[in-house]
Design a protein around this ligand. Structure first.
Ligand code: CTP
Ligand code: MG
Length: 552
């Protein structure tokens, strides 16, 4: 990501910007159809720019616009399993028989795959018409006309010699080694935060593959519900997704209702004959149950299908082998789509939001505060809300002097850890809707109000011990950042520093060791230190209304 003039975190405090340029994007980014023209340059822009808002100067699109465009793109796209030795030129020429190709890319995931986007939807029909169902000598096949194909060479021995070197797009997150190397070579913590964001954020290709996977699942679900839509939500679309994150999608049956609601003339009203069930939940369970069966039996590449129908939010979980995505399919989850839109808007307001969220997410993952397995731990969604809340609670706007601009770069991360190292989780809840702490309505250790279903706690699953681990690590990390000062070690030293030091497991080990040896835990020291920091920051700030309370 290019940083214009001053560093990502060294620009004006969030609130200063909110007044001037930020309010306009908010209005523009909310979904109200038909007010903003599409940006014709979008096609060429990688993810992390127009859509994600990581470049301030790029026009940002409304969430609904992005969804609509991506969905339409996906409908013109096919997924092809290719032989390992293939000439790209011949491959494209062969497919062009069915119509012009808009773009394509290759990737590897237990074999070579191509994602090909045609200019017109008709080309997909033409390709399907020219495709045959394989016949197996020993096994039977279930004929299903999908958009996931298998390409074979007619004459493998001739064509292997003509292979050209195929460039594959990367779909995996960077290795820890690469991350530490990048962080070590960075110029400043600001630079480190940017590097992390750049390495982990979803690429244009990965985003396309996500929408395509939803579109392929939609084709299967359409066998039962012809006018249904399968929409991605969560980190795949809210601009906070890391490469390798799961693919959350929901079956949207609302459109079916809308289609049938066309007003007709005359004295009568026509309704569909339908089956009734006692509750919405039971309807959801029944629908997901049959879609789960469909995916399991007929869905090419859908494996490990689990129907988790007794969960609070019933779902079907499966792996989409070709894309490598772990998918969670729910139904009519429009509220979650709203949360995704809200996060998309927050992410687009200021590029620092995403940089901070990515770093905090990586920090939490490095210390097993979050996990890919469901359990009592803090989820990435809760973490993101925590960061947003912190940014809402920052000191009111002050216009920084040139000297203080550099300090601001280090400040956001350090203050984030200080803030939550000292947050009164025992009595206060986090409220994004109002941007303030409120008394907790129940005794859940961590209470983050769902902004759209305000009686729900999005972090109800989090146990006291997991919360305490988060608090301890936050304090320890604030302490490390404070100790390190602002200077990075010399380039010749191999020492991890700044954010890299925070991602090392040794912070957690240090805490455990101190406890074992009966030493005064470092966070006691940290607490005292935080107290002194508090008074310092109070002096530095023009307004000191940031509340600090004792920890639980
Ligand atoms: N969600 C919610 N309430 C919860 C949990 C989840 O509304 N208690 C919604 C949010 O919109 C969230 C989405 O479901 O973004 C998907 O949840 P999850 O996969 O847990 O989080 P992600 O944001 O997708 O993050 P990750 O990268 O960890 O998958
Ligand atoms: Mg997710």
């Amino acid at each position: 990501m290019a940083v214009h003039g001053v560093g990502l975190l060294t620009r004006l405090p969030l609130c200063v910007q909110r007044r001037s340029r930020v309010q306009r994007p908010i209005l523009r980014l909310f979904s109200c159809p038909g007010t903003v023209a599409a940006d014709p340059r979008r096609e060429e822009q990688p993810s992390g720019s127009a859509e994600t808002g990581s470049e301030d100067k790029t026009p940002k699109k409304r969430f609904s616009e992005v969804q609509k465009e991506r969905r339409e793109q996906a409908q013109r796209t096919v997924l092809i399993h290719c032989p390992n030795k293939i000439s790209e030129k011949k491959f494209l020429k062969y497919l062009s028989q069915h119509g012009p190709i808009n773009n394509h890319f290759f990737y590897e995931s237990y074999g070579l795959y191509a994602v090909v986007e045609f200019c017109q939807k008709e080309s997909v029909d033409s390709l399907q018409n020219g495709t045959h169902t394989p016949s197996m000598s020993t096994e039977a096949v279930i004929p299903f006309r999908s958009r996931y194909f298998n390409l074979k060479l007619k004459n493998p021995s001739n064509q292997a010699s003509e292979q050209s070197c195929i460039q594959c797009s990367n779909q995996l997150p960077p290795s820890s080694k690469k991350v530490f190397e990048l962080l070590r070579c960075a110029e400043s913590i600001d630079d480190q935060l940017n590097s992390l964001l750049k390495e982990f954020q979803l690429t244009e290709e990965n985003t396309k593959l996500r929408y395509l996977t939803c579109s392929l699942v939609e084709d299967i679900a359409a066998a039962y519900f012809p006018d249904c839509t399968v929409r991605p939500f969560g980190s795949s679309v809210n601009t906070f997704g890391k490469l390798g994150c799961d693919l959350d999608m929901f079956l949207d049956l609302d459109e079916i209702g809308k289609l049938s609601a066309v007003k007709t003339a005359g004295n009568f009203l026509m309704e569909f004959q339908v089956k009734n069930v006692p509750s919405e939940r039971i309807a959801t369970q029944k629908i997901l149950s049959v879609i789960g069966e469909c995916l399991d039996h007929f869905g090419p590449g859908c494996v490990g299908v689990q129907k988790i129908l007794n969960a609070r939010c019933p779902l079907v979980r499966f792996s989409h082998q070709a894309s490598g995505f772990q998918c969670d399919l729910t139904t009519n989850n429009r509220i979650a789509l709203k949360s995704s839109e809200l996060l998309y808007i927050y992410g687009a307001l200021d590029s620092r939001v995403r940089a901070l969220v990515f770093s905090v997410r990586c920090w939490a993952r490095a210390h097993s505060l979050t996990s890919s397995i469901p359990g009592a731990w803090i989820t990435n969604f809760s973490l993101t809300m925590i960061v947003i809340f912190f940014l809402q609670r920052r000191s009111p706007p002050i216009l920084p002097t040139l000297d203080s601009l550099k300090n601001l770069a280090e400040l956001l991360l350090k203050e984030f850890f200080e803030y939550f190292g000292n947050f009164a989780f025992n009595k206060n809840s986090i409220n994004i809707r109002q941007g303030k702490e409120q008394n907790k309505p129940d005794s859940s250790p961590l209470y983050i109000q769902n902004p759209f279903e305000t009686s729900l706690n999005i972090s109800k699953n989090v146990s006291q011990s997991q919360l305490q681990k988060f608090v301890d690590l936050a304090r320890e990390s604030a302490w490390i950042l404070q100790q390190e000062g602002k200077d990075r070690p010399s380039a010749s030293s191999n020492q991890p520093w700044g954010l890299a030091a925070l991602l090392l497991p040794s912070i957690a080990n240090g805490m455990a060791l101190a406890k074992k040896k009966g030493k005064k835990p470092a966070n006691e020291t940290v607490k005292n230190l935080l107290e002194s920091l508090k008074s310092n920051s109070a002096e530095n700030s023009t307004n000191t209304n940031r509340k600090r309370t004792t920890s639980p």
